[in-house]
Structure formats: C-alpha cells, structure tokens
Design a protein around this ligand. Structure first.
Ligand SMILES: C[S@@+](CC[C@H](N)C(=O)[O-])C[C@H]1O[C@@H](n2cnc3c(N)ncnc32)[C@H](O)[C@@H]1O
Ligand SMILES: Nc1nc2[nH]cc(C(=O)O)c2c(=O)[nH]1
Ligand code: SF4
Ligand SMILES: [Mg+2]
Length: 217
C-alpha cells in the first residue's frame, strides 16, 4: 500500500455533485482505491483495486486545475489509506471545502473537524450492516450528514430503528436513497411520507444526467 505522502487514486474528475445535501453543485471528486466492504449493490467495484499512485503535491495540483472550491473525497473506502488525512488537512489549509463520503464502518474520530463527513450506515441488504462502527454515531455534528441506502422494506425499517436509537434526526441531516435499479423511487417516497419525519429523499442525480454506469461523472 502507498506510503506517507502517496495515495493510490482510482480517478479524479469534475462533475455535478449527485448525492448529499450538496447535490447539484459543481464539485471535484477524488476517488481513492481499495475497499474493505463488498456491498451487494456497489456501483464502484472498479475502485476496489484499480488505480495509480500519486503524491499529495500532484493530487492537489490536479485539483487546483478545475478552479472549483468544493472537493469530495470518496472511493472505494477513502479512510483505508493513511495519507488521506494529510490530503484532507492540506486541502482545508488551501481554502477548499472538503466533503468525505465514508461507509460508516471506519472510525471517523481522527478526521479533521473542518471536513463535512457524509456517513453511510449500511443496511441489511448491503450484506455489510454488521460491520458498522457504532461509536461514530455519537460524533456526528450538524454539518455532517448520515445516509441510508435502502434496498427493501427491511432496510427501511432498520434505518428507522437506527435513527431512533441514536437520535440522528436531532444531530444532522438524514438522507435516504434507493438502491439504484432495485427499489422504486416512488415506493421509497411513499414510505418516507408515511413516517412524517424530516427525512430527505435522495436520488443519485448523476445517474439521471448521464448513463447510470458511466465513469468519471
Ligand atoms: C461508492 S460509495 C464510496 C464511499 C464509501 N465506500 C461508502 O460506501 O459510503 C459512495 C456512495 O454510493 C452509494 N452507492 C453505491 N452503489 C449504489 C447503488 N447501486 N445505488 C445507490 N447508491 C449506491 C454508497 O452507498 C455510498 O453512499
Ligand atoms: N456526480 C457524482 N456525485 C457523487 N457523489 C458521491 C459520489 C460517490 O461515488 O461517492 C458521486 C459520484 O460518483 N458522482
Ligand atoms: S463501502 Fe462503498 S465502495 Fe465499498 S463496497 Fe460498499 S458502496 Fe462500494
Ligand atoms: Mg458514485
């Protein structure tokens, strides 16, 4: 695995943010290689191993070419490679707004407080729900976001239980997103409306703008 100032990078691209409360905004994406989960629905399996090593200076120089202040670090699972921490800190020190998309199974306590953490809590149909690192829930601040990707009614009920147990609706924005192609958008909408809770429904915007399997968008 890459060293202290080096990261294995799957792709860096500039696109419309398709997820989170930042959806719709131009954003630079840095997708890190490797993941230690295997979600049944994963749309980014190409990031499990593929990538090229890049130094932090080179990554930051590339990000700067897009002249966009919003940067999202994703993957794969971005918290696996230790050099992600100095990357985030250097981006923040350079004035970038930094979003981190993480799977909820990795300890987020060492992430710089200035980073907006978008934490995905894995539901049963992902096959990875038992890997969740529950102490993370207590760390969520109001500029973080928690997200549940829902594949069926069992996932939905599970997500509601987690919301209650950790009082998440009072901690930060809560997003529910359908597993693309597996759960009907309208079905999820009806379930959310019936709860009468301020749960934000989320579609992956980029999959409607471009072809759903297109890379680099
Ligand atoms: C590819 S993951 C990378 C970051 C991290 N590994 C994680 O899972 O949060 C980015 C986001 O895409 C979501 N995602 C992956 N495949 C999806 C699919 N088929 N439908 C909806 N969301 C999906 C994940 O649940 C996660 O929220
Ligand atoms: N446009 C676009 N927005 C995204 N938001 C989160 C993404 C991800 O893969 O983590 C993603 C992505 O892959 N593309
Ligand atoms: S944690 Fe994220 S990248 Fe890893 S398998 Fe699950 S959805 Fe894919
Ligand atoms: Mg994606």
């Amino acid at each position: 695995m890459a060293g202290k100032d080096v990261l294995k990078i799957n792709e860096i691209f500039y696109s419309i943010q398709g997820e989170s409360t930042y959806a719709g905004l131009p954003c630079v994406f840095v997708r890190l290689t490797y993941c230690n989960l295997r979600c049944t629905y994963c749309d980014t399996e190409y990031a499990f191993y593929e990538g090229q090593e890049m130094g932090l200076d080179e990554i930051i120089a590339r990000i700067k070419t897009y002249q966009c202040n919003l940067v999202e670090i994703t993957g794969g699972e971005p918290l696996i490679q230790p050099a992600v921490y100095p990357l985030m800190e250097r981006l923040l020190d350079n004035g970038f707004e930094v979003l981190l998309e993480t799977g909820g199974h990795m300890d987020v306590s060492k992430v710089d407080q200035r980073v907006k953490r978008i934490m995905d809590v894995k539901c049963p149909s992902s096959g990875e729900a038992e890997k969740t690192h529950w102490p993370n829930m207590e760390l969520l601040k109001n500029d973080d976001q928690v997200k549940f990707v829902i594949g069926d009614r069992k996932d939905f009920d599970y997500a509601l239980e987690v919301l209650e147990k950790y009082n998440l609706l009072n901690r930060c924005p809560v997003l529910f997103s359908p597993v693309f192609g597996r759960l009907e958008n309208g079905q999820l909408a009806e379930w959310i409306l019936a709860t009468q809770k301020p749960i934000r429904m989320q579609l992956q915007l980029h999959k409607y703008i471009w072809k759903p399997d297109q890379r680099g968008v």
